[in-house]
Every structure is written in structure tokens, then in C-alpha cells.
Design a protein. Structure first.
Length: 94
């Protein structure tokens, strides 16, 4: 998947308050892409290391997220997302 397209899925995951850096790292390490993590069923999220109850809460939460609308908001505000896989990610933060 295109890293730029995948970044919006990372943003969608990041919008879930319980997914901080540690859980996002687990998801990033387990799944081939953030799109796969965002769309994963409960069992796969649990296999990635997310608590079952939290995985179910995320499944409900993601139904309220419109990634296209989120992307448009970011574009309108001239916000460019940078993920840890992005060459623009600051090396001092690694």
C-alpha cells in the first residue's frame, strides 16, 4: 500500500483515545499496514496484543470515523501527517 494512503489509517487508529504509542507500535509491528490494522476484526486485534474488550470498543469506535472526511479536514488545514516510516520523520524522535 502507498505509505501516504496508509497514513490516513494510522490517523484513524490514533483518533481512538486508548491507542497510544505503545498500542500503535504493537499494531504496526503485527499488521502489514495500518489499513489492515484499522479494518481488522476483533480476533486479529487481540492477536496483535490489544485487550479483547478494548478491541471491541475500537470496532464500535471505527464505525463512527469517516476517514475521507478526516483526510479532507487535514488537507483544508494544510496538515501533513508524518509516520515513523516516513523519510520526513525526525531522526531525533526515533
Amino acid at each position: 500500500m502507498n505509505p501516504l494512503a496508509d497514513t490516513i489509517y494510522l490517523h484513524g487508529l490514533n483518533l481512538f483515545p486508548a491507542f497510544g504509542p505503545k498500542r500503535l507500535g504493537l499494531l504496526g509491528n503485527y499488521f502489514q499496514s495500518y489499513a489492515d490494522a484499522f479494518t481488522a476484526p476483533t480476533q486479529e486485534l487481540v492477536a496483535a496484543g490489544v485487550d479483547a474488550e478494548l478491541a471491541q470498543k475500537f470496532i464500535l469506535f471505527r464505525q463512527t470515523i469517516e476517514l475521507q472526511a478526516e483526510n479532507e479536514k487535514l488537507q483544508n488545514l494544510a496538515i501533513h501527517l508524518v509516520s515513523i516510516q516516513d523519510p520526513l520523520y525526525p531522526q531525533l524522535l526515533l
